[in-house]
Structures are given as C-alpha cells and as structure tokens.
Design a protein around this ligand. Sequence first.
Ligand code: OAD
Length: 254
Amino acid sequence: MEEGSAGALADTVARAAVALRKARHVCVLTGAGMSAESGIPTFRDALTGLWSRFRPEELATPEAFERDPKLVWQWYEWRRELVRQSQPNPGHYALAELARRVPRLTLVTQNVDGLHQRAGSSDAIEYHGNILRDRCTREAAVASRADWSASGLPECAACGAPLRPDVVWFGEPIPSGPMLRAADAASHCDLFLSIGTSALVYPAAGLAEAALGAGATVIEINPNPTDLTPHAHLALQGPSGQLLPALLAALRDG
Ligand code: OAD
C-alpha cells in the first residue's frame, strides 16, 4: 500500500470512529467477507468464491435437495467441517467489543458459521440460519439426528422424517423473527455498518437501503467496491480482520 493511500485510509478510520462515538444505535450487517480471514470461502470472490466452483441451483435450493439430497448433504457436511475447523478472527472479536462500547448495537449476519457467537456476540441475528444445526423437514423445527437411519441420510430423532441443514436456500423466505428484528433495527438505527458483503442478495441488501432511507450514516468495510459504495457516507477499503480492530483502537484513543 502506498503511503498516501495508507494515510487516506487512516483518516477514513478516524472519521468512522467519530461517527461511532456519536451513534446511539448501531446496526451491523455482515457477509461472507467477515469470515474470509478465518479461512471460510466467500461466495462471489472471483477465484476463491464458492459460486465460482459450484452451482447454487444444484446445491442450495429446495429443488436441489428434493432431486439429490445425498449430494446436497455431502456439500453441507464439507462446509460444516470447514466451519468446525475455523476460529473467529480479530474482526469478529472487535465487533463483540464494539457492542460494549456503544449504547446499542444490533448485529445481523448473513453468515451461517456461528463465528460471531463464538467471539462473544451471543445475540447476533442469523438472517440465513446456521449451518451447524439440522432442521426437520416435517416439523420445520431444529431437530437432533436419529442414531440409526435406514436411508443413509440424517433423519429426525423424534419423527424419522428427513433432516436438512437449518439454512435459508435460494427461493426461500427469511425466517420471520430475524427478518422483522433486522428490518426494525435497520430502519431505526442512526449508524449502519455494512461489512464484507457484496450487497447483492436481497432482502439482506435492502437493509442498508432502509437505513439510508431513514437518514442513518452508512459505513462500508470491504476491500472491493460494491453497489452500496457510491451511497455510503464512508467506505473503508480493506479486510475487516484488520480494519475493525483499527476502528476499535481509534475509538478507544479518541
Ligand atoms: P459474497 O461472496 O457475495 O461477498 C463477499 C464480500 O466480501 C465481497 O464483496 C468481497 O469483496 C468481500 N471480502 C472479501 N474478503 C474480505 C475481507 N477480508 N474483509 C472484508 N470483506 C471481504 O458474500 P455475501 O455478500 O455474504 O446466501 O453473500 C450473500 C449471500 O449470498 C450469502 O449469505 C449466501 C450467498 O449465496 C445464501 O446462501 C442464501
């Protein structure tokens, strides 16, 4: 990084810290970039993103699961293993600390990896579910697995119906609790932080729009520009695992 651009970034971090110091309710939306530095691949990064190697319509839709549950389960078991082997990064810990330093913070995550919770953000709103949980396809509730399964696929311990990962697939609605809580926070916050998301997938991407519409200050943290960048009041261009701790340090020093 050139000295000039490093100086500009430090200046933007300092301005973001000033905005945070004034904020009464901070709403944060995180996406896959937040966990990139924990070794979990994003979806849309050109070389490393999951959707550059896999087709979402074959793996992440209800139709795909109906067609080939074994294939879908194999893919999710592989992703679960990646999640189990990963650790929260300094960005996750910085956000958990930020929640203790502002009057109110609502954390909404599109990530299904549970890393925010493991870093101490126990009340994170899981907008797209959690990959480590199973859900019963009959009872539509979180379920545990039967010890023995006739089909070779995970089955519900209570009723024997097939289990699926407790995540939101393409074409499915967001669960109403997370959807309502997130919409309420986005439209009532005075500062909105969009971190590590391409801001392309709705309704999550609409949360920043709701915050902008309600007059909140919008700050983005992302190494790459997104559709949100031109509308954000401040854009911190770099990895969240470095910039969030830097933001916390600026907040502490101010
Ligand atoms: P994407 O893969 O679409 O976007 C990841 C974003 O993270 C990109 O804008 C990257 O530039 C940025 N990024 C990469 N490394 C970063 C880092 N170290 N620090 C900060 N940012 C970084 O992921 P999402 O926006 O989360 O949905 O995708 C949204 C949804 O689409 C996902 O929840 C998933 C996916 O299909 C479902 O599975 C329903």
